[in-house]
Design a protein around this ligand. Structure first.
Ligand code: ADP
Length: 391
């Protein structure tokens, strides 16, 4: 009996022991599985975080997140670049990290209203920029929330807006002047001057001159707009410069003769450019036309050219006129800029000739520059690609 009890007790103890071992093994397995799950989740959220950071860093807009105390919690790469931040501003108060007048007020307004607020700021350093900043404070019940600020760099947009505004103002002015002259002279004729044949002729000639000016202006505006919008597709092919220069001379010979100006060329035979012949002729025409208009009466205007040894040719239009002050050397290529306003108007100038030249040359992958000093004449130089020689 006693032996049987002992055997039973031993059996029970052994069973319990085995069960405990089994339980421990299962527990260990469950723990290992739980650890694996946690590690996976951790990895997943780390991946997600990395993805969010990569996404934020790839944005062109700057992003700044402030914590509930108004300290910097997160910035993206664009924002750090915009403000040239060398150190990570995390943990610093807003106004210490970003010295922009009015930024705290924008944050306060966004926090108070709980709605999107925006404002424009001028950034002076590291370089002058115009910023448009959106601020939002997403609210959760019972919490003082974070503030998210998005910085848009609108400098280029503002510049384009100003250029467009200036352009419209300039065009209106350029159109108004000949139109009011035409109107004035027509009224004078209708008021009685028509009965005086000498005056009638004189006034009609003036009207004709200003109508021409309007027509040149509209032609130049259309050309410029087509060039700028890329509507004028270039038809580039090997183009010989010498005959092109002679065609320009033929077109302008009568005009040059009126001022007793001699037209000359100094171009190597067979010099071939990779160019759209019509566009190039237009650019050379505008330069020679200017050289005749502004050059020295009884002077010389020459078209020169030579290869520069780097696959390009330098084509120059040279005159011995009054020249252009060095301070105006870049400005002359801007639309409507004139050094000599009176002379430009008197000769029917539109103020767009050199802007057109610049566009044509740039669309060929070339460059235009001016070498000039007062009283030594002007030299406009176009660098244009040479045609590739085929064997
Ligand atoms: P415009 O129709 O007035 O000639 P352009 O764009 O062709 O306009 O030229 C801009 C200005 O540059 C002219 O108004 C003139 O004052 C100056 N300019 C251009 N070419 C010459 C030149 N060869 N010599 C002196 N001044 C020049």
């Amino acid at each position: 009996m006693e032996t049987a009890l002992i055997t039973l007790a031993l059996g029970l103890a052994l069973g319990l022991g085995l069960w405990a071992v089994q339980l421990r093994r299962e527990l260990a397995e469950a723990r290992a599985q739980l650890d694996r799950c946690c590690a996976e989740q951790e990895e997943q959220s780390e991946n997600q975080l990395e993805q969010h950071h990569a996404l934020l860093d790839s944005m062109t807009e700057g992003v700044l997140v402030l914590n509930r105390d108004g300290h910097v919690e997160m910035t993206n790469a664009s924002l750090r670049r915009l403000f040239s931040l060398e150190e990570d501003p995390r943990g610093r108060p807003l106004m210490e990290a970003f010295t922009l007048d009015g930024l705290s007020a924008l944050v306060a307004a966004a926090r108070e209203s709980g709605e999107l607020r925006n404002a424009e700021f001028g950034l002076a350093e590291p370089e002058s920029r115009q910023l448009h900043v959106n601020a939002i404070c997403p609210r959760r019940a019972g919490e003082t929330p974070q503030t998210i600020l998005v910085f848009h760099d609108v400098t280029r947009l503002k510049e384009l807006e100003n250029t467009r505004r200036d352009f419209v103002a300039n065009v209106s002015h350029e159109l108004r002047t000949p139109i009011s002259l035409i109107k004035g002279f027509t009224e004078t004729l209708l008021d009685g001057a028509l009965d005086d044949p000498k005056k009638s002729r004189e006034f009609l000639q003036t009207i004709d001159k200003h109508a021409d000016r309007l027509s040149y202006l509209i032609d130049d505006l259309l050309t410029l707009s087509r060039l700028e919008s890329g509507q004028l597709a270039l038809n580039r092919q090997p183009t010989e410069l010498q005959p092109l220069a002679l065609r320009v001379h033929d077109d302008l010979r009568a005009k040059a003769a009126k001022r007793s100006i001699r037209l000359e060329t100094d171009i190597p035979d067979g010099l071939m450019l990779d160019a759209d012949g019509d566009r190039l002729q237009q650019a050379v025409f505008n330069l020679v036309d200017n050289a005749i208009k502004y050059g020295q009466p009884e002077g010389h205007v020459r078209i020169e050219a030579q290869p520069n040894g780097r696959g390009m040719a330098e084509v120059a239009v040279v005159d011995d006129g009054p020249g252009i002050p060095t301070t105006a050397a870049d400005k002359v290529f801007e639309r409507f800029f004139r050094v000599d306003k009176a002379r430009s108007r008197e000769t029917g100038g539109t103020g767009l000739g050199l802007a057109i030249v610049k566009h044509i040359v740039q669309s060929h992958g070339g460059r235009v520059r001016l070498e000039s000093e007062p009283s030594t004449g002007s030299r406009f130089i176009l660098s244009l690609p040479l045609a590739v020689k085929t064997a």
